[in-house]
Design a binder for this molecule. Structure first.
Ligand code: 13P
Ligand code: SF4
Length: 301
């Protein structure tokens, strides 16, 4: 632990705050978190939270989800502008227009959406529970899946479904190309290849497993392999290396970096604890509408 990390831990304990962090944040930030996880695990932690203050080390939609599930807590973000590029690809006005034109469709939204988008949909999913929830929803009503066209297409392929897909994606994962996979396979021929479900279907077809970030931890736990190729944001390599110090993890080149996740630093986490964080505040009406599809997700998963 360095001096700033020690100061964070001391202040956090004095304030009785909880630090939740996504698996993609910088190693130094993962080290001072009370809990590191994927979107689904972080939602569950927020729901069970009893601390007065949550410092959320991740992107804004994750902080909003924590606030929606733990409305009595103060949820603070260390970086004001840590957004999610995919969440920004859903314009609420366009969703309203879609709904007006497709009144029979069920709207299923990836949790990587703003509270405004959540307020307009029927149910949310994360990459960790999407398959289970979409299967449960069945095919009684046509479905529009938003905003990740890749996750949606991967689900359609796996489940033999024909959900409509919103034109959105995660640019960090979308840019993984077959030649990058080929190079990683050639460099590490004995390593199974895990990719995130936000990758394009042609990349998923080349992988040994397509998973959420928590799914990757479970995959490694069950595997006898000693080394793995990790097709997701580079923060996950540190998370896996800490959980499995006796295994080796290799990223995809060029390195996959979510610039927004990297906006969370030890310095701004400390600032947050010193009263200079950015509190998540939402209109009560918006909160009531946006929490509904998240609660539905937790019931179904
Ligand atoms: P996970 O839910 O798998 O952690 O993914 C969240 C995310 O933003 C991936 O880009
Ligand atoms: Fe959003 Fe992609 Fe960053 Fe995940 S990696 S937070 S989907 S921009």
């Amino acid at each position: 632990m360095n001096a700033i990390q020690e100061e964070i831990l001391e202040l956090k304990a004095r304030m009785g705050a909880t630090i939740l962090a996504h698996n993609y944040v910088d190693a130094a930030v993962q080290d001072i978190a009370d809990f590191c996880g994927d979107s689904l695990e972080l939602s569950r932690k927020a729901k069970d939270n009893s601390a007065e203050t949550i410092i959320f080390c991740g992107v804004r939609f994750m902080g909003e989800t924590a606030k929606l599930l733990s409305p009595g807590a103060r949820v603070l973000m260390p970086a004001k502008d840590a957004g999610c590029l995919m969440a920004d690809m859903c314009d609420p006005e366009k969703i309203r227009a879609y709904k007006a034109g497709h009144p029979d469709h069920l709207l299923v939204a990836y949790v990587n959406t703003t509270a405004e988008t959540k307020a307009l949909v029927d149910v949310c999913v994360t990459s960790g529970n999407a398959e289970r929830i979409v299967t449960k929803l069945g095919s009684e009503r046509p479905i529009m899946f938003l905003p990740d066209q890749n996750l949606g297409a991967n689900l359609n392929n796996r489940l033999g479904m024909k959900m409509d897909l919103w034109p959105g994606c995660c640019p960090v994962h979308h840019r993984i190309a077959p030649d990058m996979i080929k190079a990683a396979r050639e460099a590490h021929p004995r390593a199974p290849l895990m990719v995130h479900l936000e990758c394009q279907p042609e990349i998923v077809a080349l992988a040994d497993a397509a998973l959420s970030t928590a799914g990757m931890l479970k995959f490694v736990e069950k595997s006898d392999a000693r080394e793995f190729i990790v097709g997701t944001e580079c923060g996950m390599i540190y998370r896996l290396s800490c959980a499995f110090p006796d295994r080796k993890f290799y990223g995809i080149e060029p390195k996959l970096v979510c610039k927004n996740m990297k906006k969370i630093t030890l310095e701004n986490v400390l600032d947050c604890l010193k009263g200079r964080g950015f509190e998540i505040e939402m209109d009560p009406e918006l909160m009531a509408a946006a929490v509904r599809p998240i609660e539905r997700m937790l019931e179904l998963s």
